[in-house]
Design a protein around this ligand. Structure first.
Ligand code: PMP
Length: 363
């Protein structure tokens, strides 16, 4: 058996991204929607699917879907780029604006995929840790940007896994501090109703990432999009894979987008209401620290979090996400807002595991 030479040295020591997705009765670990698309949406998908030619390549740029997204954001087709989930577009961001000799500012604790992509593409990383309340240290980032060598900053609003937003004032200060590309990851923005998309009109260096995986119930379909100035979006057309969004995904996302003001809107409102209820219940639970969240998940801190995570999973088949070994998140777990039943199952399991009772009944 012959041997094979080593792969690219950047891969050595790199652990593959692991979403830690294990089978469980109560799945609250991946910030998915607990609800599949509405039955009437599925009917529309199935009817249109019957007319789709599977033997032909899809529209490479998904122009029909781009137009729908552009209209929903008050933008034009040239300001939108569709990709195979936000994850693919995040990789494209590092291909286009990162790379050897280029530098990106990371704001941990945050979504680990940014730093992963930086390693993969040989992009230099400058970590500027968030403040104690998880807000961005805007003064420190502005000071670092003023040195002039930063190519890319990734802001996440609401931030994953901490759930907090970046203020408009803070975002403007970063946009105006230099010409670095500021990627604003709004994967969870529908749960906050606080998009900074209006800043695109004044700032060529702003790029916004969104996804159909959360509010639009399409995590399994893999569609995300970027919103930006034409100049920036045109750069992405150079690095993207020509047919990365297949025809079926384009069709499904277009159908779901048509429901944004009806069923999607109602479901988001329901998730926000259940998030607030879950927040109150967790606040009332002894031994639990919980942070307010603008997203569809909550971050909590409990003693011996890894043991609690394990006991929730093994003893109660409740899967949440363990962040207890991540920098700045000691003893932290992240729980996705589920259905009422799922949230109740999680709360009851957590109470049992912590051996406590809610100290006050919830209002
Ligand atoms: N950004 C953030 C902050 C996320 O949490 C996620 C999903 N975990 C993504 C982007 C990518 O989502 P998707 O690839 O499903 O569109």
């Amino acid at each position: 058996m012959g041997s094979v030479r080593d792969s690219n040295e950047r891969l050595s020591g790199l652990e593959p991204y692991d979403p830690k997705y294990l089978p469980a009765e109560v799945m609250l670990s991946a910030n998915e929607s607990p609800f599949d698309i509405a039955p009437e949406t599925r009917e529309r998908v199935e009817a249109r699917l019957g007319e789709l030619a599977f033997n032909r390549y899809p529209d490479p740029l998904a122009n029909g879907l781009r137009d729908g997204i552009a209209a929903s954001c008050g933008l034009e087709r040239g300001n939108v780029l569709v990709g195979n989930g936000g994850d693919e577009l995040l990789f494209d961001v590092f291909l286009a604006y990162g790379g050897p000799g280029r530098t990106f500012i990371n704001l941990p604790p945050t979504f680990s995929v940014y730093a992963y992509n930086a390693h993969l593409t040989g992009t230099g990383i400058v970590d500027i840790p968030r403040l104690d309340d998880f807000s961005v240290d805007v003064d420190a980032v502005v000071a670092r940007l003023s040195e002039g060598d930063i190519d890319l900053v990734v802001l996440t609003s609401p931030n994953n896994p901490t759930g907090n937003l970046i203020s408009e004032v803070g975002c403007r200060r970063l946009l105006e501090a230099s010409d670095a590309l500021i990627l604003l990851d709004e994967a969870y923005i529908e749960f906050a109703d606080a998009s900074l998309v209006s800043l695109l009109a004044e700032h060529e260096n702003l790029l916004i990432l969104r996804t159909f995986s959360k509010a639009f119930s399409l995590a399994g379909v893999r569609v995300g999009y970027l919103l930006g100035s034409r100049k920036v979006i045109d750069e992405f057309t150079k690095v993207r894979q020509p047919y990365s969004v297949d025809a079926v995904s384009q069709l499904i996302a277009s159908c779901v987008l048509e429901d944004r003001d009806t069923v999607v809107h109602e479901r988001v409102a329901g998730t926000v209401a259940r998030r607030e209820e879950l927040f109150r219940r967790l606040q009332d639970m002894e031994g639990v620290e919980v942070w307010p969240s603008a997203a569809n998940f909550l971050l909590i801190r409990v003693a011996n979090a890894h043991g609690v995570w394990q006991e929730l999973y093994e003893g109660h088949s409740v899967l949440v996400r363990d962040f207890s070994s991540s920098a700045g998140l000691s003893d932290c777990l992240r729980v996705t807002v589920g259905t009422e039943e799922e949230n109740a199952a999680f709360l009851s399991a957590l109470e049992k595991v912590l051996g406590t009772q809610a100290v006050r009944p919830s209002g």
